[in-house]
Design a protein around this ligand. Sequence first.
Ligand code: MG
Ligand code: ZN
Length: 366
Amino acid sequence: MKRTFSGIALLLIILIQSCATAPKSNRTQVDPKAETETPKNVILLIGDGMGLSQISAGIYFSETPSNFEMFSTVGLIKTSASSDLITDSAAGATAFSAGVKTFNGAIGVDAEGRAVPTLVETASERGLATGIIATSSVVHATPASFFAHVRSRRFYDEIATYLSGSELDFVAGGGRKFFTNREDGRDLYTELVKNGYTLHTETLPASAENEKPVILLAEDGMPKMTEGRGDFLPNATKLALENLSAEDNGFFLMIEGSQIDWGGHANDAAYLIGEQLDFDKTIGVALAYANANPETLVIVTADHETGGFTLAADEGDYNAIKPSFSTGGHSATLIPVFAKGPGEEKFGGVYENTAVYEKIRELLLK
Ligand code: MG
Ligand code: ZN
């Protein structure tokens, strides 16, 4: 008996010792894997008004496999504003750009109207290159929320002055009329050039090496896809990626498919689907870049759904889809988030739209 006891005691001592040492050796083996990989570059693609039916329509109506099918990490966001259950694009974009729930119409300000730092501003301060691209005017709510701070999305003239004084390295979209012939007499073209920008107001340049381009190719919003916009969005994205990757410190690029929302407001399925397919093609450009530059995280999401868009069967014919709408405004449906690249695992789950900001902040700008 005595021998057995001491045997057990010895066994206990060995067990205790191995328990005491085990976590240490485990830690050195496990930790490097447990630590999240962090990206050098983040590309955030926002399909304005793009709910699950819009994405589904893009998949059904595309002649080539959809780029949405390239993602294996998918989450869902709750998109309400501080003022309303259903958000507009200003509060929706400010949730992404600055991580605050704010009131509808607010651009880069919190619920009390105070300016809040945006991802573009923080990234610039840290020495990263930054860019924005939209198919609306560049002073429209979604892009504006990344560089301006005003209480109303309608203050386009004031938003334009934020852009000419910004640290952005690449800007492309519409909106020439907000920069010249202004009521306040300021010529923002001159101010942009003074601030080191190169202006392009006719066509996309073939290359934008060694310059900070501001590319404004329409008086207000860009033309619709159904009216011949062509490959502006994918081509501007290619140009931006060439331009921004010239910097060694990494970059943050926001690309908006602005007019998916406008097709929804117009209850025009052909308009909407044309914009959705263009956005899908642009995701392909971002994914191709990320494939060649694996330190790049690509995130695709939307601020809200527009139109209450539905892909119901056509009059009971279960072999045909008849796209229809339930509203001329926005809806409250949850919105998908797709992520691919270092840190993508953080984007699974169901969370608030402001968490998109927090995750990017944590991964890119810790
Ligand atoms: Mg927008
Ligand atoms: Zn809208």
